[in-house]
Design a protein around this ligand. Sequence first.
Ligand code: HH2
Length: 289
Amino acid sequence: MGVTSLISRRPLPGAERTEEGYRLSWRGVAVMGVLNVTPDSFSDGGQWGSVEAAVQAAKAMAAAGALIVDIGGESTRPGAEPVPVEVECDRVLPVIRALEGSGILLSVDTRRTEVAAAALAAGAHIINDVTGLRDPQMMQVCAEKGVPAVIMHMRGEPRTMQQLTDYDDLEGEVFGFLKDQAERALAAGVPSVILDPGLGFAKTAEQNIALLRALPRLVAYGYPVLVGASRKSFVGQLSGIAVPKERDSASVAVHLFAASRGATLVRAHNVPAHVSALAAWEGLHCEPN
Ligand code: HH2
């Protein structure tokens, strides 16, 4: 199992101080736990109805072995309407503040510069931007604050993205966008990036599967790769399970497939199921002494 590293210019829980900055390293495949403090997320909307419930859920995810807990205050499911910045801030900031100093590595799942800046000021460590730092101001915030960013591919916006699935060269466009944005971000001073093909974001089920199969091409660019398949509709199509919350075993299977193709971070709702499955999978890959 290889080692993946992220660099931040701000202290990160679990990171070692090096000349480059704070270096967070992990062996094998790590889990990013999904914590949506929204009323309408497609599988966990309304699940964490109070700040206290969300804080407990984050702690439970960390205790179960999540490397990162990803806090989101806006659903980006297909067809979702945008949420005002103030509403998104009101949802995520109290949870981040309550977790500050807890030793839990926190990313904030937002496409808004204002939310990102406020979340970093409140104690978040990583920006997870589903629009892939398309907004130059978002890139600037990550660079100025010296924090790592997840760059995800999508087209358009959640409301309309499923009408934007015509690609001449799917892998070329998705992976090319990610590589270009990674280079731009690093040149702008973002200390490190994670790349994510954005499963379900302006992609059909067949396109999601094609991108998973082609993942080694993305991994070959040399940046850490994150895959987020958890409970998504194409996982339902693959497994024949209609109810999102019942798709955890199928999500694990898809994430193990992604891991076998080089992803070293998976974004998942059910952290314990993923941590134990990945431990078993990694155990099988270890060379005997
Ligand atoms: N998927 C979702 C949200 N954020 N971020 C990254 N980096 N990769 C993903 O695949 C990804 C993401 C959508 O899932 P979820 O958060 O569960 O639902 P919703 O957008 O309805 O809140």
